[in-house]
Design a protein around this ligand. Structure first.
Ligand code: HEC
Ligand code: HEC
Ligand code: HEC
Ligand code: HEC
Ligand code: HEC
Length: 461
């Protein structure tokens, strides 16, 4: 309300009169005074909504979150299955992964003076052994400042001491600022432990002595043998990291040297697995971007000026020929890994999860090997469970360590089965077979190293 000067004066006089009389007797309440002058406008605040929109918009985080639904990191179930397990969760659960990175947990083995045996250090603590793999597994700074520096800001790109070798070799994939090291921290093979010491198996010694005995089925002792074969005598699933880097194989001397393909130094996992722009709109079917799948997407071969001719699944020199060659070598090695006409490697044609025992590598070999061993196990490899799970018609080998829960009948059946001894050559060749099969790519990741491991292993058998 605006008042002219005359009105102001009149109002002032009235106020003075009221003030003078008020000390005599409480009079009636006066009229409400005029409103004061409007204050100056406040300074404009920062619009929080704008910084949020930098990431929370339909082409960035919103889209990437949808792509991520197609990533096995999200829909895979291992994070739930392994929750609480301090040895498994460093690769299977978000909080455990962040914990081993933060504390820089060693990949070495330490001697326990009480038991006199070695144990692997690479583990989280019970209170951190949980969490589904999600955005902040790999992106360490989401919402740290709400600024653009919060993404991608990767949890780690540091070189990775190999768990399989007790940290004795270090993978450092330098292309693309070392971002592949993030992937390899989890996508790496796991150790085989020595039966006598509990320490990581010494592959150099095993490769140097191929005629030595790794397991003698007629002398089932833990003081002379270095391993006991079982269905799950394996290097786990993360073979890619070792093969890609050209490390972790049992390097028998042979006709081929252990060299690496060009990919090892010039390409990164992100180049081929995350599409051209690392997660925006270039999905090819279910592949690329934050699906992390390479399968079904060969457009990346021509990105970043890598291969100049377009690569398709029909390309010979860059796809069909090398893959057929590695597939043949896998078939040939599996054929050599047999005793008395019985396969050492397990066959499994089943890709249907509902039937149990899914083979992620079905189709990579003619007989659908899965890298496990054809050794009798009442729950994992039992002929009486039917051919859906048990695909090998030749029958399993005897299990040298029958389970304590097996029935007398199962134990008796086990004893009717043929025994399986292993030379160092056979043991090493099994490990190389698992690495090259479970690498998935039939030589695309590292053709030279894959071919050398398979060729030299075949020659040793
Ligand atoms: C640097 C990028 C970035 C900025 C800036 C950003 N966010 Fe986010 N925000 C993310 C990411 C990445 C996620 C995880 C998305 C997912 O899990 O699907 C997320 C998740 C969320 C969630 C889901 C709850 C959660 O924690 O998972 C909310 C709510 C959210 N943001 C709110 C905001 C608000 C409000 C702002 C602005 C004040 C903001 N964000 C700014 C990247 C960002
Ligand atoms: C925290 C550990 C971790 C990191 C880091 C990680 N992965 Fe994975 N990845 C896994 C696990 C565990 C699975 C399987 C999940 C399951 O089955 O539940 C997986 C699955 C995958 C698959 C699907 C494999 C299949 O069997 O079909 C691809 C492809 C993949 N990851 C690529 C990558 C790439 C590329 C990177 C780096 C940008 C990466 N991963 C980083 C742990 C990790
Ligand atoms: C060094 C990291 C690492 C450790 C430790 C590890 N895993 Fe894994 N595991 C992986 C990766 C990587 C994959 C997926 C690889 C792929 O599919 O290419 C995987 C896959 C699996 C799968 C297959 C999931 C599927 O989709 O079929 C199971 C089951 C599994 N792990 C169980 C375990 C258990 C149980 C332990 C502990 C005894 C364990 N893992 C420890 C890295 C690890
Ligand atoms: C397995 C690891 C991994 C997970 C899980 C992951 N990211 Fe990424 N993300 C990466 C890597 C590696 C890059 C960097 C790619 C590059 O440098 O080209 C990246 C890049 C990004 C970028 C930058 C892309 C661009 O082109 O600007 C955004 C945004 C992003 N991620 C969001 C997310 C969100 C949201 C989630 C969860 C829904 C998520 N990421 C989950 C590994 C991951
Ligand atoms: C030169 C391109 C290239 C690079 C680099 C590369 N990959 Fe692959 N990767 C492939 C191809 C091709 C396949 C097989 C796809 C198929 O069978 O059609 C594959 C398959 C895989 C698979 C099985 C699931 C899938 O996506 O098909 C995993 C897991 C994997 N790679 C992880 C990695 C990791 C981890 C790295 C980095 C250490 C890496 N790859 C680097 C091309 C690449």
């Amino acid at each position: 309300m605006k008042l002219n000067n005359v009105t102001r004066l009149l109002l002032c006089a009235t106020l003075v009169i009221f003030a003078a009389t008020s000390c005599v007797k409480e009079g009636p309440m006066g009229l409400t005074g005029p409103a004061g002058k409007d204050g100056t406008n406040g300074k404009d605040g920062k619009d929080a909504n704008e910084t949020c929109k930098m990431c929370h918009n339909p082409t960035k985080v919103d889209l990437i979150a949808v792509q991520f639904q197609f990533s096995k990191h999200e829909y895979g179930e291992a994070a739930f299955e392994e929750a609480g397990n301090t040895g498994c969760t460093p690769c299977h659960a978000q909080e455990a992964f962040k914990d081993v990175v933060k504390r820089n947990v060693s990949s070495g083995f330490t001697l326990n003076p009480t038991t006199g045996r070695y144990t692997l250090d690479y583990a989280t603590t019970a209170d951190k052994a949980f969490g589904e793999l999600g955005c902040s597994t790999c992106h360490s700074s989401i919402h740290a400042t709400y600024g653009s520096s919060d993404l991608p800001s990767l949890t780690t790109v540091a070189p990775v001491p190999m768990v399989m070798l007790g940290g004795k070799k270090i993978i450092d994939l330098k292309a693309d600022g070392g971002k592949s090291n993030l992937c390899v921290k989890c996508h790496q093979p796991r150790p085989q432990t020595n039966l006598q010491t509990g320490n990581a198996q010494d592959w150099v010694a095993i490769a140097a002595n191929p005629t030595g005995i790794a397991y003698d089925a007629n002398a089932n002792s833990a003081t002379t043998n270095i391993i006991r074969p079982s269905y799950r005598m394996h290097i786990h699933y993360g073979a890619v990291g070792g093969i890609y880097a050209g490390m972790g194989g049992v390097e028998f001397a042979g006709s081929l040297p252990y060299t690496n393909s060009t990919h090892t130094t010039v390409a990164s996992c992100i180049d081929c697995h995350m599409g051209a722009d690392a997660g925006k709109s270039n999905l090819v079917g279910r592949a690329g971007g934050h699906t992390f799948f390479a399968k079904g997407n060969l457009t990346t071969c021509n990105a970043a000026g890598c291969h100049t001719t377009a690569v398709t699944s029909a390309s010979t020199t860059l796809w069909a020929t090398p893959r057929a060659e590695i597939k043949k070598l896998l078939n040939d090695l599996a054929a050599k890994l047999s005793v008395g006409g019985v396969d050492i490697m397990n066959r499994n044609a089943n890709t249907n999860e509902a039937l149990g025992g899914v083979n992620l590598w079905a189709g990579l070999t003619t007989n659908n090997y899965d890298g496990y061993l054809n050794v009798y196990d009442v729950t994992l490899n039992n002929p009486n469970l039917g051919s859906a799970i048990y695909g090998n018609t030749t029958g399993p080998f005897q299990n040298p360590s029958p389970g304590s829960t097996w029935t007398a009948e199962q134990k008796a059946f086990n004893l009717t089965l043929p025994k399986l001894s292993l030379t160092n050559a056979q043991y090493g060749a099994i490990i190389n077979f698992q690495l090259c099969l479970r690498d998935y790519s039939l030589g695309i990741h590292n053709y030279a190293y894959t071919k050398a491991l398979l060729t030299n292993s075949i020659a040793k058998l």
